[in-house]
Design a protein around this ligand. Sequence first.
Ligand SMILES: [Zn+2]
Length: 381
Amino acid sequence: MTACVFDDLVGQERVAGYLRTAIESGSASHAYLFVGPQGSGKRTAALLLACAFVCDDNGCGACPACARVRRGAHPDVRVIEPQGAATYLIEQVRDELVPDMWLAPADGHAKVYIIERAEALGDASANAFLKSLEEPPPSVKIVLLTDDYDAVLPTIVSRCQVVRFSPVTPARAIAVLAERTGVGENGARAALAASSGVLPRALEFVRSPQRAAARDAMLAVMRDLPVMDGRDVLVSARDVLKAVRAPLEDVKARQEGEMRERVEFMGRQAQVKDVEARNKRELTAREREAVSELFAIAESWLRDALASSVGAASVMANRDASDDIAVAGECMSPAAVEEALEAVRRARRRVSYNVSPQLAVEAMLFEIQEARVCPRSWESP
Ligand SMILES: [Zn+2]
């Protein structure tokens, strides 16, 4: 049976072919290290490979198991991130990850661990993990991801099958989006900018009117910031967050429907606790993606302002807003744009340290507003 799920690994046809062959010939490794720059599709590829491992049909892409993996809601597919600020804590690896590997799969035939930022496994945490990486329980598959190959410990590299992802060039990404959805070049550029260049997310963007509406709202805020008062900024922060979170309502409705079905079908014995935990994980991941979309749009808007001010309009991502952006570009010095970009980066960091998105977005908008104040307006009365 063909492992159809790999058809969705857009822009990485060589890797898709390699993984498909491994699965279909039954020669897949139990440990992979996916190496490639951010946005090259490593995480998507890891999820698709997980589909192939837990699906009855080598990753058909269509069955409930495949669907669950893709939405991050399969009980046997875990995405692991460092709990420490910069690295994996030894306790996380030794007391949580490794013992979990020895529990039997809940639903499928396999358990898959997708380990983000493999370079953040330091000596101590790696040591706690090497034995399991070399010889995991038969049902366990491990996929490590990194965009910094040189920083991954050699003891880890040597125990994995290394798969390299090449960067997807913007031209290639635009071509893939056009081919798959019929979107024009300007629409494709806007989708990629809102999705931090991650092709599968850009593909979703093109198909989602809600995400387009959220982008429009954010572009309008970026345009209007210089004329807003404090209250306007607070209201705008609330409104853009609401817009960007709108697609989450569908996810919640789907989860509630599934939960009702489960309880109806299984009565009082229904094991709802695991499902609840899983649903919560899915929502958290979706929420994080949604908020990061606002930051990506703000960043691309500011870069466009810079491009416009130096006469490089051809590289602009938000061409449908090019007139507004040109006005801002005339006002902002490169230093002011850099200051505003730093405000976006700060907001990203705040959210990653669990500051509420509302507070982080408010602070970001005030800081960008400050950077946008046109120096010319300060000139002598
Ligand atoms: Zn399937």
